[in-house]
Design a protein around this ligand. Structure first.
Ligand SMILES: [Zn+2]
Length: 240
């Protein structure tokens, strides 16, 4: 449940078809937000337009069986954990991911950045947490037990980005997540329908780390995902 729209590589309808073939009951469309123009990041009006397209696809549900396409985004977070989209626009989405895309080569401990991101009331999932890319970037360092504990306290999820070059979180960090019972979300980072198969790398990592199935967002029925998002949002609004 994690795919792209803005770069035109796979259309939402193609992604939905591929998800249906895999017997998924839902898939989230998570384009980058406007701060990442270079990666086709979308702004609020474009996000709204995408929502209209998704609504259309969902009403053609006879073609899609029971598949629901969820409106989402991978919002760019700055090193202070702040996003680049209006909270009002984000509140219309089914699910919001946040992710760091800058200052990813810092060598010093980045725990404060992670805690700030998790406390951002507008996100529910922190995507590709370390920013690690095979043969390109080693990824950020942090006091991971503290990060996972804070995520668990806030009932937020950290992602396994299943893309082969990323595999972020990895098995070692997932083992720490398990001890804190932190929620985990699997995202393929798929830019093409065939890349949905990357999910197997994330599933393998979760199995190796013995993450409890009930802590994995993707295994939740859609109604439970919606209830969880609402709970996290309500809490964020209260604590603001
Ligand atoms: Zn990203």
């Amino acid at each position: 449940m994690h795919t792209r729209w803005s770069d035109g590589s796979g259309t939402i309808a193609e992604m939905a078809d591929a998800a249906k073939e895999r017997s998924y009951s839902y898939i989230a469309i998570t384009d980058h937000s406007k701060g990442l123009k270079i990666a086709g990041g979308i702004d609020e009006p474009t996000l709204k337009k995408q929502g209209v397209e998704i609504a259309k696809i969902n009403t053609l549900s006879s073609n899609l069986g029971r598949l629901t396409v969820l409106r989402s985004i991978e919002m760019n977070l700055d090193p202070r954990g702040q996003g680049d989209m209006s909270p009002k626009s984000l509140s219309t989405l089914d699910l919001v991911l946040g992710a760091f895309h800058s200052s990813l080569r810092r060598l010093e401990d980045q725990t404060e950045r992670y805690l700030a991101a998790l406390r951002n009331p507008n996100i529910q999932i922190l995507a590709h947490p370390r920013g690690r890319i095979y043969n390109y970037r080693v990824g950020l360092k942090a006091d991971w037990p503290r990060v996972f504990a804070e995520a668990a306290r806030l009932d937020k999820a950290l992602e396994i980005d299943c893309y082969p070059d990323r595999q972020d979180l990895n098995v070692a960090l997932l083992r720490i997540a398990r001890t804190h019972r932190t929620r985990i979300s699997l995202g393929t980072d798929a830019h093409h329908p065939w890349q949905l198969e990357f999910i197997e790398l994330g599933l393998a990592a979760a199995l190796l780390a013995r993450i409890a199935p009930e802590r994995i967002i993707n295994f939740m029925p859609l109604a439970d995902v919606k209830r969880w998002v609402k709970k996290v949002r309500d809490r964020g609004a209260r604590e603001r």
